[in-house]
Design a protein around this ligand. Structure first.
Ligand SMILES: Cc1ncc(COP(=O)(O)O)c(C=O)c1O
Ligand SMILES: [Zn+2]
Length: 415
């Protein structure tokens, strides 16, 4: 059995045993998302820094004692987590900070950080004896769930907006999921999925509802700490849609402090697109709740006007003394090009939004020269080629003839 002790509502603080509620707080409804808490003394016995040094399991499951899966045989063999953390002197120098670390989570099996959550979601579905799992998604959560469900032999039902990027939809189909292309936006897909899940009794993998998924995502923050030998960075930047990823960073650093691996929490900086920035708006206007809006941005994964995990997202920013930044679509495309050219890491629009936020804060003089900064790249650039093409431009059409080549190269002044 896992070391989970209870689930605690982020709004009212009521606690529940695992068998008392599957998803959110029965008292607070959908807004009352639950924190998964552990017997930290027990975790300390099973998870030690020394043990991790000798542990050759370089996946997120190296943190098994502080993950909520009851039966280890429910873990699928797809290798998830332990993605690279690159140190970029070039970016540190360019933006006047001490160190910049890029966490490339597009390197996960289906190409996004969401794999960390899906790996746990599928294992929990099996823990609960389910044979069907469902979710709504802007695309990445769905493609990862489809992949893990396929390996686990679970049936999967997926609800995505009909204009989700073709690569993400193709991933779903190739894994054999039953895919509903909802005529509407992510909020419409979410609402339909919730109704269907209720009606058919499928296991719910919606990350803003199911408390266990965030536990999978938190391994990204734990890895950053471990890869920096437990000397956590001063700031961590990440894109914000539903608010699960940013909340998972907070939970990672919270848990690490609880077990005595680290002694401080980095400032967590959430980044949204200017066209859809409800969490940014709530922080800037000092509100207790996030007001839902209808927005629009090129970064489809964070085109989320009604962030389900708003309460945890606000807590992550406020309790870590962090901040929110909003960037334009233009700045996101610039960030995509620059990150690829400076570090070799090619992220999708939402994937590089954290980097765009870092650039903006640096250029506004809001970062200090002695700061160490980590930036999470949450999804792979090949997920959304249409947007990438906007940032990348066109190739040069040339006849299979050296004279034409010479002419074309002279036109661009490259030879
Ligand atoms: C690539 C990428 N980045 C960031 C996010 C935002 O994560 P969250 O919805 O947990 O805030 C998503 C969510 O779909 C995503 O796919
Ligand atoms: Zn509650």
């Amino acid at each position: 059995m896992a070391n989970v002790t209870e689930l605690r509502c982020v709004l009212c603080g009521r606690t529940y045993k695992e068998e008392e509620t599957l998803y959110t707080c029965p008292h607070c409804g959908l807004d009352g998302t639950l924190d998964v808490l552990y017997d930290y003394d027990e975790v300390k016995k099973e998870l030690t820094k020394e043990g991790l040094k000798n542990n050759r399991n370089y996946t997120q499951w190296r943190y098994f004692p502080i993950l909520p899966v009851n039966d280890a045989s429910h873990i699928q063999p797809l290798s998830v987590g332990f993605t690279p953390l690159y140190s970029s002197n070039k970016l540190a120098h360019k933006y006047g900070v001490k160190q910049v670390y890029i966490k490339d989570d597009g390197r996960n099996p289906t190409g996004s950080l969401k794999d960390r959550a899906s790996a746990v979601g599928v294992a929990k579905a099996l823990d609960f004896g389910r044979d069907t799992i469902a979710c709504s998604s802007t695309g990445n959560a769905a493609s990862s769930m489809a992949g893990f469900a396929a390996v686990a032999g679970l049936k999967s039902f997926i609800f995505v907006p009909e204009d989700a990027p073709i690569a993400k939809v193709t991933q779903l189909l190739i894994y054999g999921a039953i895919v509903m292309l909802v005529k509407g936006d992510y909020e419409d897909a979410f609402r339909l999925s919730e109704e269907a899940i209720e009606k058919y009794g499928w296991y719910n993998r919606n990350c803003g509802i199911n408390p266990y998924l965030l536990e999978g995502k938190k391994t990204c923050g734990m890895e950053i700490a471990e890869q920096l030998e437990w000397d956590v960075p001063d700031k961590v930047f990440i894109a914000v849609g539903d608010g699960c990823c940013i909340s998972s960073l907070y939970k990672a650093f919270y848990d690490l402090k609880e077990i005595g691996f680290t002694d401080r929490m980095p400032q967590i900086i959430g980044v949204q697109a200017e066209g859809c920035s409800p969490v940014f708006d709530a922080i800037k206007s000092n509100k207790d709740r996030v007001e839902f809006i209808k927005g629009s941005t090129i970064a489809d994964s964070i085109d989320v006007g009604a962030p389900r995990n708003w309460a945890k997202a606000l807590r992550a920013v406020r309790e870590s003394r962090g901040d929110m930044v909003a960037v334009s679509d233009e700045e996101i495309l610039d960030a995509m090009r620059e990150l690829a050219r400076d570090t070799g890491v090619f992220g999708e629009p939402a994937g590089v939004t954290g980097f765009a936020g870092f650039k903006k804060m640096a250029l506004e003089g809001r970062l200090k020269e002695d700061e160490r900064v980590a930036i999470v790249v949450t999804g792979n650039g090949l997920k959304d080629i249409k947007s990438a093409q906007k940032a990348a431009g066109q190739g040069i059409s040339v006849e299979p003839d050296i004279d034409d080549l010479i002419k074309k190269l002279s036109l661009i002044g490259s030879n």
